[in-house]
Design a binder for this molecule. Structure first.
Ligand code: ZN
Length: 147
């Protein structure tokens, strides 16, 4: 394994072991859930939006290492960002995972650790699950209030 592949694997294992922002947000403004029955992954994404900015992002659920690591990395990366930036980021992650377009992995930071997943097509759904839920939540499913 190359050094980079090893580093990526270490990031995924670390986020699986101790996922960040792994809690509910009791006063969240929106949330959504995603299920991936093929693997048994379940994720619920909670967001607190103020105007157009996500001031808080968190998740709960259970699933494989890839789904948990992806959700954990996602919450870190989207917190504090504008909705438009988050949608652009989500598209980049999708492009990276589906191999549609060569993305500049440097702007993705630790999310680049997920790039290895594209070699395992069955796991791409695992990696994208939290991002689908995030988009659904931002789209106003289960909106609980507006700040
Ligand atoms: Zn999975």
């Amino acid at each position: 394994m190359s050094d980079l592949a090893e580093l990526y694997q270490e990031i995924i294992l670390d986020h699986n072991r101790s996922p960040r922002n792994f809690h509910e947000i009791p006063d969240c403004t929106c949330w959504a859930e995603g299920n991936n029955p093929r693997c048994g992954d379940e994720v619920k994404v909670f967001l607190r939006k103020k105007g157009d900015r996500l001031i808080e992002a968190a998740f709960q659920g259970q699933g494989c290492a890839i789904s948990r690591a992806s959700a954990s990395l996602m919450t870190i990366k989207v917190k504090g960002r504008l909705v438009g930036e988050v949608l652009a980021l989500s598209e980049k992650v999708r492009n990276m995972l589906m191999g549609v377009k060569e993305e500049n992995l440097e702007d993705l930071g630790d999310l680049a650790a997920l790039s290895g997943v594209r070699q395992f097509p069955a796991r791409i759904t695992c990696a994208l699950l939290a991002w689908h839920a995030l988009e659904k939540a931002m789209d106003g499913r289960h909106t609980l209030g507006v700040e």
